[in-house]
Design a protein around this ligand. Structure first.
Ligand SMILES: *Cc1c(COP(=O)(O)O)cnc(C)c1O
Ligand SMILES: [Zn+2]
Length: 405
């Protein structure tokens, strides 16, 4: 039995092929590399019914993942998060069939666990003993924790403003953690110098090919949860855009192997950004193939504060190919939506997830989302990771005081 149908890596820009049995980072042309599988053989040998009885985590799709030997899997039980109908919130915004894919309940409290599980497992399989990476918080936390489980040393560089809890997650896991008085792009420069100087494995977003494969499992799960069908629209909070690229890749692979109909209309993918950091939105509005560095970016939705993404051209390609769109939300709007989501559905979503709900509301109001369409919103993390986004005015009683109503 074949555990993984991994075949090779290829460059989506210059189409050079790379040997997947060696450690690879970027293509010589500077582009990220994508992972290829022997999908023809997979389609003959594996049926979608085969996965139904497997454990409810992302490794149920191991044939479509790059880890060659089950012995190298580093798992904390990540994946198969619930797809929850949110009808009250849906009615409030006029979307009858609104669903939340809730990544807030995953280990480490954000969907970054998916990329870390597959990325760290594959790094371990290829013999990596130490890596360095820049992060806005959640990715560093996830990679540090999975690295600890794998016995791999990690160096994590994050902005001083990143959510405190992610700092603590890195520290408690024994990572070599450094803060930078700047943005993730500044952290990236520091990591790039360290990689050069000390010959470390570079775990930066898209500078290693395998975290996409972990994040793509969100797309496979959505299809399986819809009974091997797809919704009409999927909205995703876009920073580096890895999740969006991954979901698009997953759906195309599922079409190729026939697990979803080859001729089905793929969901329109929506890249949701913050008004304070919207390079993809700007590029999409200008119908460009790539984005420009977004100066002085700032937003409360820290996970999507990425002024220039290495995979921007792949995100834009996914939007154009699926007839999706890109939209920016203000911090005020997303905070309001975060409160509405908690009040109407009992879901305390992260600011990034709240931005996506706000985007769904805006796109329904403009008619871009039509009546009756099935809409999936990705809540990429737990609201409880960002305790400071809510400011509560609470009365304090003395023990002898009574409640008034
Ligand atoms: C990293 C992150 C994002 C953005 O993910 P990308 O795949 O890099 O675009 C969104 N939400 C949260 C909570 C994140 O941590
Ligand atoms: Zn190339």
């Amino acid at each position: 039995m074949t555990y993984s149908y991994l075949s090779h890596l290829h460059c989506p820009k210059c189409h050079t092929k790379y040997d997947a049995s060696q450690i690879q980072q970027l293509c010589v042309c500077g582009s990220p590399l994508l992972v290829d599988y022997d999908l023809e053989r997979l389609a003959q040998e594996v049926k979608r019914e085969d996965v139904a009885a497997r454990r409810p985590d992302l490794w149920r799709y191991h044939e479509l993942l790059p880890v060659q030997s089950e012995a190298n899997v580093v798992s904390l039980g990540e994946g198969m998060t619930p797809l929850i109908p949110v009808p009250t919130l849906g009615a409030d915004m006029g979307i009858e069939n609104l669903y939340m894919k809730d990544e807030g309940i995953i280990p480490t409290g954000s969907f970054k666990a998916r990329g870390a599980a597959v990325g760290v497992s594959r790094a371990k399989e290829l013999g990596v003993e130490e890596f360095a990476m820049p992060t806005n918080g959640n990715a560093g936390a996830a990679w540090a924790l999975y690295a600890a489980r794998a016995g791999i040393r990690s160096t994590i560089v994050m902005p001083v403003d990143a959510p405190k809890i992610t700092r603590n997650e890195c520290a408690v896991s024994g990572a070599n953690l450094v803060l930078v008085d700047g943005l993730i792009s500044d952290a990236g420069k520091i990591v790039a110098r360290a990689v050069q100087e000390f010959g470390l494995f570079d775990g930066s977003t898209l500078k290693e090919p395998y975290r996409i494969e972990g994040k793509k499992t969100m797309g496979i799960e959505i299809a399986e949860q819809f009974g091997w069908d797809v919704p009409d629209v999927i909205l995703y909070p876009t920073g580096g855009g890895v999740g969006l690229i991954g979901i698009h890749k997953a759906l195309k692979e599922l079409q190729t192997i026939g697990w979803i109909p080859a001729d089905c209309k793929l969901p329109r993918l929506v890249a949701v950004q913050s008004e304070g950091c919207a390079p993809i939105v700007k590029a999409w509005e200008e119908k460009r193939k790539d984005s420009e560095f977004f100066e002085n970016s700032e937003t409360i939705a820290f996970g999507i504060n990425v002024p220039k993404a290495l995979g921007d051209f792949l995100v834009l390609e996914a939007l154009y190919e699926t007839e999706g769109c890109a939209i920016a939300i203000s911090d005020e709007e997303l905070l309001r939506e975060q409160a509405t989501t908690a009040r109407l559905e009992g879901a305390f979503v992260c600011p990034e997830g709240a931005a996506v709900f706000a985007a769904a509301r805006t796109l329904r109001a403009s008619g871009w989302i039509a009546e009756g369409e099935r809409v999936v919103v990705l809540n990429t993390g737990a609201g409880i990771k960002y305790p400071d986004t809510v400011s509560a005015e609470v009365p304090v009683l003395q023990p002898e005081d009574s409640l008034t109503r």
